[in-house]
Ligand binder design. Sequence first.
Ligand code: 5CA
Length: 435
Amino acid sequence: MRLSRAFLPTLKETPAEAQIASHRLMLRAGMVRQTSAGIYAWLPLGLRVLRKIENIVREEQGRAGAQEILMPTIQPAELWQRSGRYDDYGKEMLRLRDRHDREMLFGPTNEEMVTDLFSSFAKSYRDLPRNLFHIQWKFRDEVRPRFGVMRGREFLMKDGYSFDLSPEAARHSYRQMFVAYLRTFARMGLKAIPMRADTGPIGGDLSHEFIILAETGESQVYLHRELLDFDPLAESPDYAGDLTPQVEFWTRRYAATEELHDEAAWNAVPEADRVAARGIEVGHIFYFGTKYSASMGFQVAGPDGSPVTPEMGSYGIGVSRLVAAAIEANHDEAGIKWPDAIAPFKLAILNLKPGDAACDALCEQLYAALPDDAVYDDRGERAGAKFADADLLGYPWQAVIGPRGAAAGRVELKRRATGERQELSLDDALAKLRG
Ligand code: 5CA
């Protein structure tokens, strides 16, 4: 992307309405724009991050055996009347009427719809187990939407649903998602810790939230310090066999959200290992048995012909919230420091003297080598403004090209996360960027 032609409306001023770093930085970097309270338009830079996050989620769901579908945002009220949640959901649900005066709603979650959908096809025990997910916009009319996309009214969620024949099989599905979540967040360069959690309006008795520690987080959490040192990609390498040991590795050390905090168990943790912190909930998984299958009349014929009510779980990831959470966990005074895997672009090429033949040529060469993953700052701005913008927008690498270096065919490569700089030939710079 050439910045001279890009739609990248950065702001110099700090927007007054933004209380936390990620909200401030997302607005200043021109990633999103609020269109009404808690509802955002995604601009090119923000959308690229959102898509990268989505793709990691999608890939890891696939590896864990889940299949992608896409259910609509608008649902008939009748489904929710069948499960009994239509009234329970209260004002958080956005209710609509169509031209025939039929009651509809904008989906806040999809347990009812997926149960209805799957039950119309699954008739036999041979049709189970299955795990279906989609990545779709949700609407919850939150009392206090705040912190930008962190707590929006409209937000993008990955929600997945498992169907099994027995409680033990359902617990295996739950463990598969537990491992998938560990791997998903780690691949994004984020440290999300699984914690015992309350189930709220989704229901059930087994539930974990995945929480990224950040001072501005809305949840109070308590955890054993060791959990912060483990690498999920090393501890949870794959989905083969019995996943109980992989899950127990994480659950045998204390970690709980405030709602399930247990003082006695906490006091048993050595004092030096106790971490009480704030956190951001980026994922939440639930095992709720037959709550929806039973209320919605979903049964399959078991191996001996007698009816079986499927056991279900549901598994959410806050895809749009993750964009903000990643910034909360990775920024400094100057701006965002994107983890490589979810950066909008890997590299910013800063041409310090557009019009200088050597600078232009070297920049074009570098840009041609990474056309999809580089922004080329070819604007006629001062060098200082280019440095400031590149730091603000947080690309993992900056290639600084000025007349003196360019004449010698050299590129200065800066790593945003550490500030480290190196002067390299074009080939060496490319090798480093591709490596
Ligand atoms: N049906 C279940 C799991 S599929 C469910 O809805 N779970 S949830 O309510 O916990 O939401 C899943 C994830 O969506 C949360 O962990 C959070 O990361 C994200 N989320 C929830 N509410 C919002 C919101 N208002 N704004 C942004 N993200 C949200």
